[in-house]
Ligand binder design. Sequence first.
Ligand SMILES: [Zn+2]
Length: 206
Amino acid sequence: MEFSSKLLENAVNEISQLPGIGKRTALRLVLHLLRQPESQTLHLTNALQDLRTEIKHCKNCHNISDVEICDICRNVNRQQEIICVVEDIRDVMAIESTAQYKGLYHVLGGKISPLDGIGPHNLTINSLVEKVKAGKVKEIIFALSSTMEGDTTNFYIYKQIEKYDVKTSTIARGISVGDELEYADEVTLGRSILNRVPFENSLKSS
Ligand SMILES: [Zn+2]
């Protein structure tokens, strides 16, 4: 792609770094911005900059948050002793949209995946185990997608906490194997949380 402007080329190159965006799409987006009022581009760049500089991760559940302890963790009406283990914020949003779950979350930040170089120490597993050790957790609900990485991660965590006095369960799989949580419809997902099964049962069936 030949550019008549270095500035245009730089902008296109940066935007085409984003997943799913090739050079042609990047060029279309950049030309679109140039046709819009300058204020729109400023709002966009400010939003992105604030996102990078201001955003925090909740110190309790590790979810993305604007404050040190997120709204969910601070909510006294939620059951503090039940923790649902999820991969990232998209799962929290999906489960929250069902309005069926009143406990807290623990956001791992990924799944164990040796092929991608992600080991247990890259995730927030230690912090979860510490919560269990502290004796304040009655139930851990595994809600990772039922992929091989999800199953591996569940099992790894289970092994770390099975010696403690904590109930472990896994969401009932109305969701077919390999489906990601965020794509499950709200009714199915809500039902699968209410109808969760003891984690040990999921081990026997597989
Ligand atoms: Zn939180």
